[in-house]
Structure formats: structure tokens, C-alpha cells
Design a protein around this ligand. Structure first.
Ligand code: GLU
Length: 429
């Protein structure tokens, strides 16, 4: 007897898995099997080494008390202390933080900065919090995890929904708890309290550096290209600005609510002024409106998804017409979509390479704080440029040598480095 599935069950059977931790594990699986890695090492790498969940009260401006949930996950510390951002976002959960912590391990290994990966988050909507509520939430969260982090242990940084001010409050709370000023306990701080020159632009600038390297494949220069950027925060907004400054034609940008398109090229400085003034692109007077999903489908040379995870999925990957996709966000492309892009000859620069400029300059900031000796912006930018360009070339050479795509090539280098560190150190006791 044959059993016929109901049509909706058949549909369910092919629904794409968007769980970020499952997707991170499946990317690891592919790298491990290509490397022929020891299954014992694979087993170690699948799990975060430690994680902490906290539930903590915050007094709101109305005097009401709300309980928030926060996480800090340390994926792997075989190459050094853990490193990674803290995000404030309404839907963030444990699996997202675990996935992002694992990505940080690969990112730090690929860029060869001496850190393992971590990530933290508080489930909250920062747009609905006042400045003083945000400060109380940040300080209380920091004090909840104070013994889990530290300059030699785990060093947070900004991520989605957090910024230099958040890091200043974290540094102050940590320092108050320890009874001395500890600038190296977080990176991405304002320059006046031990932050690094060039840190706030670093992720966006790094995106432009790796794009410039990739364009050499087609004998193209930044001044020849059209660009669309999804996300107009510290990653997308800065990347759009630097592309524009370097002569590219940025034809579309979008923030969480609005997108703007002008095939003749947008006036990026005026859009940045508008976003700084109003907190959104709503009142900008240039270009025509475009949805942030439609933006992804534009026929441009370079598409930079720099907003959130799971933007290019199996359902829209076949609509991508860009020649190059540069992953500004962490995990914007699902593994299924990755394969579709590959079949359609879309060249993808993976997140752990493309957006690594931020953690590279975070490393410089940490070094400067530990030495109490500070560098000029020009020194920071040129050292970061070397690291990003060399990492790009290494990944490209591996991709060509192994006959694999850029994501797998980046994973091969990164996973191999972490696996070597684990084997060399051996298993304690
Ligand atoms: N949050 C950033 C990232 O995802 C920066 C992390 C850091 O600088 O530690 O790479």
C-alpha cells in the first residue's frame, strides 16, 4: 500500500532549517570531512567550552521592574582568550549566541589573531529603551558576568544593537567591580578611554579591502563598480561610506525599516547625516524606496548583506544577480543558499573573512590597552589592511589549490589552526 503525503506535509518536509547553530555545525562538518580531521577533535569543536545564562532585573524609567535574559558563550579558547561582541536584539536566543561564538573562533583563527571565539547577548529591543534604561541594563548585565570575562579570559566588543557607549559602561562597571581601571576588559570603547583609533570604521573598511582584492579577478577597480548594501548601521553604513569615498557607485542602501535606490548612485554622506539625525532613513529625500529584500535582487557588481542572519536563503538565492556577495553580517547566507549561489557563479566572500576587520582592530585595541601605548589611525588602518589583504589572498589560494569555494577554503584554514592548537596542547589531564 502506498501512502500519499498531504501536500502541506510535503512542503514541510523541505522547509529549510534556519537554526543558526545547526547551520554553523553543518559548515563545520563539511570542513572537518574535507580536512579528514580526527573525529575526537571534531567532537570537541562541536561544543562551546563554557556558557552562562543570566536572568536579571532592570528598573525601568516608569519604576516597573523587568527581568531580562542575557548570555555569554565561550566556544573555544585553545588559541588564546575568548573574543567576541555583545548584541542587544529582541529575538536573540541561546542557539544564535552559540552559533555566533563558534563563528568568532573561526574568524579569529583565520585572521590569525591570538583569540578563541565568544559571543554575548541580551534579549531586548534597544530601540524601545531610554538611554538611562540601556545604561542600567548594560551595567547590571556586566556585573552578572563579571567573573566570566576579563582581559586574559574573554573580551567583549560591540555587535548589533550595542556601540562604543555600551562598551564604556561595561568597562566602567567591570573596573568598579575590580577596584581599578581595566581598559583591556572590552574593545570598541571610545578613544578617550582607551579605545583604538580606527576601531569604529574597522569592520566597514575591512569589507572594502577584501572587495578590492576580489575585484582584481575581473581586472576591476573600486571606481568601476555598483554596490548595494543591506544594513545601514556600524557595518553597512560605514562600508557604504567608504565605498562611496573610494569612488564606487553605491546605488542602494537599506536600514531596518527603509531602503533607497538610485541607479545613478546615492549621496551617501547626506544619507548618513539623515540616519544620524533621525535614527532612520525615513526622511531622506534622495532616490526611490526599495524593500530590503528587493535590494538583494538588484543587478549590481557587489552586494553587501550587512544586516542580520538568514537573509539569503533557499527561497531567494536564485534571484541574486550580483557578481560578488560580500558578507558584512554574520551568517547572512544559509548553507542551502550558498550552494545555489555557487551553481549560479556568484562569487561569495564569507563572513569570517569579509567582516573580520572589526576583530582585527579589536586585537590592536587590546594590545594597546595592555601596553598603555597608543597608535595613530594611519598605523591601525595600514596594519589592518595588510592582515585583511593577506588573509584574502590565503583563502583565495586555498580555494584554487583545493578546488573549493571561498567559504570552505576559509573554514579549512581556520579549523585546521584550531585543531592544531588543540592537538599540540593535548587533552588535560
Ligand atoms: N562583533 C564583531 C564581530 O562579530 C566584533 C567582535 C570583536 O571585535 O571582538 O566580529
Amino acid at each position: 500500500m502506498s501512502i500519499t503525503m498531504e501536500p502541506n506535509l510535503q512542503l514541510n518536509a523541505v522547509v529549510e532549517n534556519l537554526n543558526p547553530f545547526d547551520n554553523a555545525l553543518s559548515q563545520l562538518d563539511v570542513a572537518v570531512s574535507h580536512l579528514g580531521l580526527d573525529p575526537n577533535i571534531h567532537e570537541i569543536l562541536k561544543y562551546p567550552q563554557s556558557q552562562m545564562t543570566v536572568h536579571f532585573p532592570v528598573k525601568m524609567d516608569s519604576e516597573i521592574i523587568r527581568v531580562y535574559t542575557g548570555y555569554r558563550v565561550q566556544h573555544n579558547r585553545s588559541r588564546g582568550p575568548c573574543k567576541g561582541g555583545i548584541r542587544f536584539s529582541p529575538n536573540v536566543d541561546e542557539d544564535e549566541v552559540k552559533a555566533l561564538a563558534m563563528l568568532m573562533t573561526w574568524k579569529c583563527a583565520l585572521l590569525n589573531v591570538p583569540f578563541g571565539g565568544a559571543k554575548g547577548a541580551v534579549t531586548c529591543d534597544p530601540r524601545t529603551l531610554s538611554l538611562s534604561e540601556t545604561e542600567r541594563l548594560t551595567r547590571r548585565f556586566t556585573s552578572e558576568i563579571i567573573n566570566f570575562i576579563g582581559p586574559e579570559v574573554d573580551i567583549p566588543a560591540p555587535d548589533m544593537g550595542t556601540n562604543a557607549q555600551t562598551m564604556a559602561w561595561m568597562m566602567d562597571t567591570y573596573s568598579m567591580g575590580k577596584g581599578r581601571t581595566v581598559p583591556a576588559c572590552v574593545t570598541g570603547k571610545p578613544v578617550s578611554i582607551g579605545g583604538s583609533e580606527g576601531r569604529s570604521d574597522a569592520t566597514g573598511r575591512g569589507i572594502v579591502f577584501v572587495t578590492r582584492e576580489a575585484l582584481k579577478e575581473w581586472k576591476m577597480d573600486i571606481t568601476d563598480i555598483t554596490v548595494a548594501v543591506q544594513g545601514f548601521g556600524n557595518v553597512g553604513g560605514v562600508a557604504a561610506r567608504i565605498f562611496h569615498e573610494m569612488g564606487a557607485k553605491v546605488v542602494a542602501v537599506s536600514d531596518a525599516v527603509n531602503g533607497i535606490y538610485d541607479p545613478k548612485g546615492l549621496d551617501i554622506p547626506s544619507l548618513i547625516a539623515c540616519a544620524n539625525r533621525d535614527g532612520s532613513l525615513t526622511n531622506s529625500r534622495t532616490g526611490e524606496p526599495i524593500g530590503s529584500k528587493e535590494l538583494l535582487e538588484l543587478k549590481v557588481d557587489v552586494l553587501v548583506p550587512a544586516a542580520i542572519e538568514n537573509q539569503i536563503t533557499e527561497s531567494n538565492a536564485h534571484t541574486i544577480k550580483a557578481r560578488v556577495v560580500v558578507e558584512g553580517a554574520n551568517g547572512p547566507t544559509t548553507p542551502g543558499a550558498d550552494q545555489i549561489l555557487r551553481e549560479n557563479d556568484v562569487f561569495l566572500i564569507p563572513d569570517i573573512l569579509a567582516n573580520g576587520g572589526g576583530v582585527v582592530v579589536s586585537y590592536f585595541e587590546w594590545v594597546q590597552d595592555l601596553q598603555f601605548f597608543f597608535w595613530s589611525e594611519q598605523q591601525v588602518n595600514s596594519k589592518m589592511e595588510d592582515i585583511m589583504t593577506n588573509a584574502y589572498r590565503e583563502v583565495r589560494a586555498t580555494a584554487l589549490h583545493e578546488g573549493v569555494n571561498m567559504r570552505l577554503a576559509a573554514y579549512l584554514i581556520a579549523v585546521r589552526r584550531v585543531s592544531d592548537a588543540t592537538s599540540l596542547r593535548g587533552i588535560y589531564p
